[in-house]
Design a protein around this ligand. Structure first.
Ligand code: FAD
Length: 514
């Protein structure tokens, strides 16, 4: 009946891909199936912060904050192309938390996570500082500035999967696990190709359920599985508006409801605003922002800014569902953001289900998951902790060398505009050269799809990053959807559809029907 994998993983979000990478690097044989595109679940709908989570200190989540803070610089160093440091401005609001309380929180934030590369907190005189200028005049005199990092979340997932595949993992996208069962102490996972409907069975000695918001659906597809933990689905939405101010800092605004809302410089010309916290009971794939959430986010930031943000300013929105461990907290905002494992041994072979977690802590989560599964795994090629120093694809350069890499790319490919070179380096790092090959002009990169998206890049994404549809390319492998018109995206869809080896969604749907 073919190969028995050491480990099978269901779910191609940040957690599933992180576990696949770590496990295969240690010398285990690994299979991962993702029912849609990589990062098509929660992992592309986050606020995109690699952060300790300042506000979790108020919930006494010291373990989570400490671990997350420690991960910031580790992740930045292994992926300096897709992760960058970001300074946050926290204005003191006279009606909310007192200044001494903010200062204490930031003191802890600076010191409990072993910060070495990121600059520390400083106090700001917002009445005179340029970072006070976008704020409502005369209302905010004092503030603080502290460090965290910003990440392209979807690319983090794809590059983690790419690295796992380069090391030998079998990564299958558009492949849904429909049934799990144990036969003679071996897991049998029935998987379905979502395009053709074709089914097959793979076998593994250990199984990880990294289904995120679908974690319980996967458990329901298994006979004899007895996981008791519960998932709490909490919706979070973001809005994107044209750039609100010229400087490069993000703001963290406190709300009267005790929540915080971020305003973050985004994709050069935009500002990203989020997020919300609302219990969700529907299909995770159908989560959508409501008019109330848009209004809430606009009102929250307008409380601080000189120029109010209005719902009609919004150019894009996105929503995701946090698959939190249900710890019985009464309010969604208070439910723990830490991860919890549930290990089930129906007939001897382990099933590890994951609840909660953060983009920031996925690498550490993977290490702990493999500790739990250690008695059943054989790989001894690399020691625990190897993922902390091995760069992700394209990230094999120093964090201080991004600008030099951009300059080098422009020297080697003088036809690239500064913005194009900047985008390619921040997406592909040192692999940008592989994408551009021998090109000596824009024309050599093939068809131009607009907003610097070329046929060469699309072919690279299809060949190296599992891209199949226009959505994969313009919303997950890049955010060029913000710049391309609907007509331009339709041209891309049509181009993908006529390519026999990479059919677009319309053609794939037609094939399934016949
Ligand atoms: C609004 C919001 C803001 C956030 N902000 C941050 C932040 O700033 N920083 C941070 O660190 N974290 C943040 N998070 C948390 C973080 O995004 C999530 O914890 C993380 O992405 C969860 O990853 P996952 O792999 O567990 O789940 P997912 O990314 O959802 O992955 C699960 C995958 O499993 C697949 N799947 C499900 N069932 C099957 C099946 N039967 N067969 C095959 N595949 C299947 C799904 O298609 C999906 O792709 C935020 C979350 C939200 C919602």
């Amino acid at each position: 009946m073919g190969q028995v994998f050491d480990l099978a993983i269901i779910g191609g979000g940040v957690n599933g891909c992180g576990i696949a990478r770590d496990a295969v690097g240690r010398g285990n044989s690994v299979f991962l199936c993702e029912m849609n595109d990589l990062a098509s679940g929660t992992s592309s709908w986050s606020t995109k912060l690699v952060h300790g989570g300042l506000r979790y200190l108020e919930y006494y989540e010291f373990r989570l904050v400490r671990h997350a803070l420690m991960e910031r610089e580790i992740l930045w160093q292994i992926a300096p192309h897709i992760i960058r440091p970001l300074r946050f401005v926290l204005p003191h609001h006279s009606g909310l938390r007192p200044a001494w309380f903010l200062r204490l929180g930031l003191f802890l934030y600076d010191h409990i996570g072993g910060r070495k590369l990121l600059p520390p907190t400083r106090t700001l005189d917002l009445a005179h500082d340029e970072f006070g200028k976008p704020l409502a005049s005369g209302r905010f005199r004092r503030g603080f500035e502290y460090s965290d990092c910003f990440v392209d979340d979807a690319r983090l997932v794809v590059l983690t999967a790419r690295d796992a595949a380069d090391r030998g993992a079998d990564i299958r996208t558009r492949t849904k696990a429909t049934e799990i069962r144990q036969v003679d102490g071996i897991w049998q996972v029935t998987v379905e190709d979502t395009a053709s409907g074709e089914r097959s069975t793979i076998r593994a000695r250990a199984l990880v359920n990294a289904g995120g918001p679908w974690v319980e659906n996967i458990l329901a597809s298994g006979a004899g599985v007895n996981a008791k933990a519960k998932v709490r689905l909490v919706q979070g939405s973001h809005i994107v508006v044209p750039k609100l101010y010229a400087h490069d800092r993000a703001y963290i605004f406190q709300n009267a409801d005790n929540r915080i809302v971020f305003a973050i410089p985004y994709q050069d010309d935009f500002t990203l605003i989020g997020t919300t916290d609302i219990d969700y009971h529907g299909d995770p794939a159908k989560v959508k922002i409501s008019a109330e959430e848009i209004s809430y986010l606009c009102t929250s930031v307008s409380e601080y800014l000189a120029q109010p943000v209005k719902p009609e300013d919004v150019v894009w929105t996105y929503s995701g569902v946090r698959p939190l461990y249900d710890d019985g907290a009464s309010e969604a905002k208070a439910a723990t953001r830490d991860y919890v494992f549930e290990l089930d041994l129906p007939s001897g072979a382990p099933l590890l289900s994951i609840y909660g977690g953060k983009i920031t802590t996925h690498r550490r989560l993977a290490e702990e998951a493999l500790q739990k599964l250690a008695p059943w795994l054989t790989g001894t090629k690399a020691p625990e902790g190897w993922t902390a120093t091995a760069p992700l694809p394209g990230g094999d350069f120093d964090v201080s060398a991004v600008d030099a890499l951009i300059a080098e790319l422009r020297r080697d490919y003088s036809f690239l505009t500064p913005a194009h070179a900047n985008r390619l380096v921040h997406a592909y790092g040192t692999r940008a050269q592989k994408l551009l090959g021998q090109a000596g002009s824009m024309a050599d990169l093939g068809q131009d799809f607009g907003a610097t998206l070329t046929e060469a890049e699309i072919r690279y994404l299809i060949d190296n990053e599992w891209a199949l549809t226009a959505d994969d390319i313009v919303w997950r492998r890049s955010k060029l959807g913000l710049r391309l018109s609907a007509a331009e995206i339709a041209v891309l869809d049509a181009w993908l559809a006529v390519r026999g080896d990479a059919p677009g969604p319309a053609l794939r749907a037609a094939r399934v029907q016949t």
